[in-house]
Ligand binder design. Structure first.
Ligand code: COA
Length: 379
């Protein structure tokens, strides 16, 4: 057996081979299957990038048309899943509701784990139905009836329609689709790793994906953009932001949406989100958040540079404010992340099953040894 090393949080550990996503954190590059994220954000759409991540190459025109149709035709969820969502208390966090709905989705037509073509279909079902599950619970917890999906709308546009009951304008639909592309995949993050670990035991697709949803729920992973909004409530405004950052850093407070374990440069996704936030802020005549965030970024850059640290905006820095301007409620931010990331999760689970070996690391034991059991009367 190879000599074991210990790395807290598995930092720097390579846990598997993968051809899905490449990150160069030093210079801030991210690519899916060899295509730069900025190229995909500029030119692709949800359906095409989904195909790329699942099948490893860009689709032909016919493949794309068929796939787009297939995804749209599978959006509806069975009534028993809506019943599961209705049975939950209205105070349930939407991520818990989503995890329950995905587990319930797995209770019908279970397919054995492994490289079975039916699992590709299962992945497509989940990708198509995540928005319907999230939107249904968003309405149920408001005391409203779920809205059935429409096949004639794009993936993101249909989701917003199912939440609000109104078809968003094309620009909003497009921006939302690009946001989904940006969040689809990010290599071995906690939730993707969770999904692969569960799948490696040969648990079925839906069980593996519902575990990944649970992993994404945590504030150290999926919840950071929500934290940025809380932070912005604290900052008195764009003009006071520089002083606010200086004070926060002096008292060793973390600035939300800044810094990353892997990126030591500005996250490539944050450039795109920033440009959308700027555009929508100007259109809506409400650029308070945008100007505040830019001042925070600039001031923080100046301060940490002097300290020799590399801390830049990550994907969450601009996205919360953008979602807010698009009329999305804060509690839906993490479920929206899941609507996108389910593509990465399922692509990874399918890859895991190509050459599966169960994940089984070891622990560095730090407990007692050689104790002798005593009867309870002697303890
Ligand atoms: N604000 C202020 N200081 C920060 C910072 C931030 N957002 N991120 C990192 N730093 C500082 C740390 O205080 C530490 O300073 P020190 O060496 O003087 O102790 C140094 O930079 C290294 O940071 P560390 O927390 O060890 O990096 P990490 O790789 O373990 O953590 C994050 C990465 C993302 C958890 C961290 O940057 C963070 O908490 N960011 C804010 C939350 C966030 O936006 N999360 C979403 C990530 S996509």
């Amino acid at each position: 057996m190879a000599e074991a090393t210990f790395a807290k949080g598995l930092e720097g550990v390579i846990a598997a081979e993968s051809s899905i996503c490449k990150i160069n954190g030093e210079i801030g590059l991210l690519s899916y299957r060899g295509y730069e994220i900025a190229d995909l954000a500029e030119n692709s759409n949800f359906e095409e990038t989904t195909w790329l991540l699942l099948f490893g190459h860009l689709p032909s025109a016919t493949e794309l048309a068929d796939f787009t149709k297939k995804l749209a035709s599978r959006r509806a969820i069975d009534s028993y899943i809506v019943d599961v969502l209705r049975a939950l208390p209205r105070t349930t966090h939407p991520m818990i509701a989503l995890q329950a709905a995905v587990a319930a989705h797995g209770s019908v037509g279970e397919i054995p784990a492994g490289p079975d073509p039916r699992n590709v279909d299962r992945a497509i079902d989940l990708i198509a139905r995540f928005p319907t599950m999230v939107a249904a619970f968003a309405r149920i917890r408001e005391g409203l009836e779920p809205i059935a999906p429409r096949e004639d709308l794009g993936h993101g546009q249909n989701f917003l329609y199912m939440v609000n009951g109104e078809v968003p304008d094309e620009e909003t639909g497009h921006i939302f689709d690009v946001c989904l592309i940006l969040h689809m995949e990010h290599s071995f993050n906690a939730s993707t790793f969770t999904g692969r670990v569960v799948a490696s035991s040969l648990a079925p697709m839906d069980a593996s994906v519902s575990a990944a949803v649970g992993s994404l729920y945590g504030p150290l992973h999926g919840g950071a953009n929500e934290q940025v909004l809380h932070m912005l409530k604290d900052v008195p405004g764009p003009d006071a932001a520089a002083q606010w950052v200086a004070d926060a850093l002096a008292s060793k407070r973390k600035i939300m949406g800044m810094g990353h374990r892997v990126y030591k440069a500005k996250d490539p996704r944050s450039f795109i989100l920033e440009s959308f936030l700027k555009r929508i802020s100007e259109k809506r005549g409400d650029d308070r958040d945008y100007r505040t965030l830019k001042t925070i970024e600039r001031t923080m850059g100046e301060i940490v540079e002097k300290q020799g640290k590399k801390i830049y905006p990550n994907v969450d820095f601009f996205s919360g404010s953008l979602y807010q301007l698009l009329g999305i409620q804060t509690e839906e931010f993490t479920p929206i992340f899941a609507i996108a990331r389910v593509v990465g999760w399922t692509a990874h689970i399918l890859e895991q099953w190509q050459e599966n070996r169960i994940f089984r690391p070891r622990a560095l034991y730090t407990g007692e040894t050689e104790l002798k059991w005593k009867p309870v009367s002697d303890r």
